[in-house]
Design a protein around this ligand. Sequence first.
Ligand code: PMP
Length: 449
Amino acid sequence: MNNAELAARDLRALWHPCTQMKDHERIPPIPIRRGQGVWLEDFDGNRYIDGISSWWVNLFGHSNPHIARRIKRQVDQLEHVILAGFTHQPVVELSEQLIDITPVGLDRCFFAENGSSAVEIALKMSFHYWKNQGQPEKTVFVNLSNSYHGETLGALSVGDVDLYKRTYEPLLLRPETVPSPDCYQREPGVNWREHSELEFAHMEAILARRTNQICAVIVEPLVQCAGYMRMYDPVYLSLLREACDRYQVHLIADECAVGFGRTGTLFACEQAQVSPDFLCLAKGLTGGFLPLSAVLTTNRVYDAFYDDYPSLRAFLHSHSYTGNPLACAAALATLELFKQSDVLGANRQLAGIMAQVTEHFRDHPNIAEVRQCGMILAIEMIKDKRTRTPYPWQERRGQKVYRHGLQNQALLRPLGDVVYFMPPYVIQPTEIEHLAKVAWQGIQLATND
Ligand code: PMP
């Protein structure tokens, strides 16, 4: 078997996610034979550093032996069991541990299979909580511009990335969208904190105006990942928590992408010392091995559903593979890896290296900004730095960087014109240097006309 053979078979049978399939006439899909640490190897023997953790899921490397062992052990014990009416050891242990490590006050775990479902659950639970409390008129969600929360219709509704959303607009819920505190938009001379604080006025105004109709505000804490890795200051989360309490509105923190150490703390909310009413976790939860997501919430929310059956207050939401034991075993192994060494400390060193090796990028005439939050570093390419004019999106400059990466042992998958590094935590300094070198060359190629 070689790349060409498998790619040809693939193109006869598959429809790939987030892809204009016609693009594959020029760039065939790359069949991966194996993964080891940060490296992926294809059927022709080419190797690639996974600079984006395979859509941000991988934390401790591909085929991580510790996680693999734990899953293998579980396979022989119990592969799956219905979670309604039944339970099992991995899901109980995982729930206990998630309650322990997440911000204080989150005392109940509800499981699903991916980030979008976690978001759907949080939205439904929030609405249903208010209904159970005698406030059914609370039906509106507030979101931030440029946010992303997944692709199912509810999750898509509370996102705001035009590319994914616009086509489906007639089908969607209508949230109240507030300008993002995105610090790329700050005026010269204004720092991150000041900008994020200033932007909060929009949120305050909406919360004041529609208090009685709003059930929850949903945000991606600190980094709007699919929204071109735009970042903001933790002060916004502190202000938001305080305002949500004041206006009696839930706060949903979607940490599907930023949870589990990505931003420098185990959970991004910690940087603002806030506890949300709902915390959505996915992606890194299983170290990138298996699909699993969780929604953590408070006993206060839980208690509003707890009643005699005929009251019909129960949360009757389910997915077939909810709390799958294999996925829970992968998650438990991932949490063990966090306990076995000082992962966050080691990440600080790696993040420092990511900053160092991209220091000179700032002076490039077509780079508007290099921004970083922990183990996420993003480089914004721009047509005119002085006027802040972006390239026309149709030119697909980012794709040139992608192609250059593939020819040079690097999987970089820019978001529009934003090249970013979001590598597994086991990346070595020399591998970070390599990513930076390839990104620099790719950016030169993509911007030299
Ligand atoms: N929320 C956020 C913040 C995400 O980044 C994503 C995925 N990129 C999702 C939700 C959706 O997760 P999934 O793709 O697992 O449905």
